[in-house]
Design a protein. Structure first.
Length: 623
């Protein structure tokens, strides 16, 4: 039986065993999501992002993927997607495996950061006899259902990877402060800086890192000594300035314009967002304390706050947040870990839960903020139990409950239709879940059901451009081209600068026999984005249809320069090469198109035709 003395600590071998056990548990509760398809923002940032489709492993290609992808301020995450693509194409298993490994690494770094934190001067005497705290904190955090979005949702690797580098940077700093003067001490400081730079290049949430390193130093090494803060005022001011510079870089040195620009496509004002976020933050706290799968949702429908009293819970939420922050200040000397945990939570939510015009609610935003809260709560549980054994048992049961709920929730995440049905059921008055469910059904070929969902989305929000676009696509594919064209036109009318809408309106017009108007929309799309390979490929098809073969070849070549694995451009360019007698080169185009897309029937027929012509040219007889 465990006792309240240093013997409750475990040695390196048991530590390795426990961390290995954690890894097995995490793999088991996330195993169902390994084959889950790309969803939601995965499509724009990964599946439809030609910049990550690197043909060869080179620094130039990786930098191109990093800085030309849609989220160009997150090059580290974009490069990781490019590496995934290079290894396994669009097989989702590889992306999910990397996400799970990042999550595990984050939890292990949290374990060692918690262990080091409890050995700092401010906490050592208070917690030295409770050696199980770091493990149980890491166990609960890793298996907590609130982390699912950061792991199972592929694109949120941006979030989990930024948190991983953030925690690693802090861990290196703490180890640097604790180590004796030696070469390894300065290697740790270099590791702190390097990890910080990687975090900054992964997601904007890492901008708070310099501030929290200062705060950590003051809390746990200087034990809230105000004289130290006064003596190092210039240094601290310099780090504060560093934080401001990082923030300004993220905001293009136009903070007001950048923040307000985000509201162009929102249904709320900056004031409404700021007021509503007080209730959102309280909702996050409730999810942290009670993360039952019935309360989790990919796409929450959260009512807006229009004033302090509309609804009245806005004022109540603001009062509770102020009270919690005031409590953190008042108990800082008596309960430094709990105080730091509260400030850590609100400080790391501040970027995404303030005035910046982001989506209103997303569960993944709690990934980093929840770390020190869970550590502080686990530590308090040990402090207020009379013996360590019941604390270990109680917290292990909490972790087991988290495992069960995470496993249950991940079974929903494993299938995109189930996930979107869940979101549509939990947010019945929100158009986007209906639209996304329709898109998932459409991808499975269930067009009639998809059309019903798109129409349901448009009943909720008649000016929803994406629902019009998707409905147009589904109607066109089901043979109702005129009705489809009408919805494509509606989508373009609502969002005239959307490349995908214009491109597919052009495709529909070509099918309708109106290539001249189609070309106008394709050219308008290129003015918006000259680097869209699909648009170049479609312009090439129009020129080929009109007999302008040189212009067609130029656009097919441009499409392949932008996306070397564009199967349509490969096939179309191959046809032109075959007609010009360049049979071997044409064959390579068709073969590569089939290698990328084995079900591409037109490329298969063209490959057979070019093989036939090659045999004839060599003097053989056609079959």
């Amino acid at each position: 039986m465990l006792k309240d003395d240093p013997a409750t600590k475990y040695g390196p071998k048991r530590e390795t065993l426990l961390l290995s056990l954690l890894a097995i548990v995490v793999i088991l509760i996330y195993a169902d999501t390994l084959t889950a398809p790309f969803i939601f923002d995965d499509l724009n940032n990964i599946h439809h992002n030609p910049h990550i489709r690197i043909p060869a492993l080179s620094l130039e290609n990786l930098l191109w993927a990093g800085y030309h992808s849609p989220e160009s301020r997150r090059p580290v995450a974009n490069i990781s997607f490019a590496l995934n693509y290079y290894v396994g194409g669009y097989n989702p298993v590889g992306y999910h495996v990397v996400n799970i490994v990042i999550h595990l690494a984050c939890g292990i770094f949290l374990f060692f950061l918690a262990k080091a934190t409890l050995q700092t001067p401010a906490l050592q005497s208070r917690y030295e006899k409770f050696g199980w705290i770091p493990f149980l904190a890491a166990f609960i955090w890793l298996t907590h259902p609130l982390q699912i979005q950061s792991v199972s949702y592929v694109v949120q690797r941006m979030n989990s990877m930024a948190a991983m580098f953030y925690v690693l940077s802090m861990l290196c700093y703490v180890k640097f402060r604790m180590s004796a003067r030696s070469p390894s001490k300065w290697l740790l400081l270099a590791g702190c800086v390097m990890s910080a730079l990687l975090a900054f290049g992964t997601k904007e949430i890492s901008a708070t890192l310099p501030l929290f390193i200062i705060l950590y130093e003051w809390y746990f090494f200087q034990q809230l000594d105000r004289r130290w803060a006064r003596r190092h005022f210039l240094f601290l001011a310099g780090l504060g300035l560093l934080f401001l510079m990082i923030a300004l870089v993220y905001l293009d040195f136009e903070p007001v314009a950048k923040i307000l620009r985000g509201y162009g496509r929102r249904d709320f004002t900056p004031l409404q967002r700021l007021l509503t976020q007080s209730r959102v933050v309280m909702f996050y706290i409730s999810l942290m304390l009670w993360p039952n799968p019935s309360r989790l949702n990919l796409d929450h429908d959260f009512a807006l706050s229009y004033s302090l009293l509309n609804p009245v819970t806005t004022l109540v939420s603001i009062a509770v947040i102020i009270a919690l922050i005031a409590c953190a200040v008042l108990i800082a000397r008596k309960e430094p870990l709990l105080s730091f945990g509260i400030i850590w939570f609100f400080g790391n939510l501040a970027i995404e839960s303030s005035l910046i015009g982001l989506e209103m609610v997303f569960e993944h935003r709690n990934y980093l903020p929840s770390m020190f809260v869970i550590l502080a709560l686990v530590a308090l549980a040990f402090r207020y139990f009379k013996h360590a054994f019941p604390a270990v048992v109680a917290l292990s049961l909490v972790g087991a409950l988290c495992c069960m709920w995470t496993y249950q929730r991940n079974r929903v995440w494993a299938d995109e239709i189930a996930l979107y049905r869940d979101a549509a059921a939990k947010s019945p008055r929100k158009a986007r879940p209906q639209n996304n469910l329709g898109a998932a059904l459409s991808r499975r070929g269930r067009l009639a059901e998809a059309i019903d969902r798109y129409q349901a989305a448009l009943k909720i929000k008649p000016d929803y451009a994406d629902a019009h676009y998707n409905l147009g696509y589904a109607l066109s594919k089901s043979g109702q081209l005129d009705a489809g064209l009408a919805h494509f036109r509606q989508a373009v009318r609502i969002e005239p600068k959307h490349v995908k809408y214009r491109n597919n309106l052009g495709v529909a017009l070509v099918l309708k026999g109106n290539p001249t108007e189609a070309l106008e929309h394709f050219k308008a799309a290129l003015k918006i984005d000259p680097f869209d390979a699909d648009v170049h490929a479609n312009i090439g098809l129009v020129f080929k249809q009109q007999g302008e073969l040189d212009a067609a070849m130029q656009h097919f070549s441009r499409a392949l320069a932008l996306d070397p694995r564009h199967t349509g451009a490969l096939n179309s360019r191959g046809v032109l090469l075959m007609d010009h007698g360049q049979l071997e080169l044409a064959r390579k185009h068709f073969a590569l198109a089939l290698e990328i897309s084995p079900d591409y029937e037109e490329a298969r027929l063209n490959l057979a035709e070019v093989d036939k012509r090659i045999r004839q040219a060599e003097g053989g007889q056609p079959e």
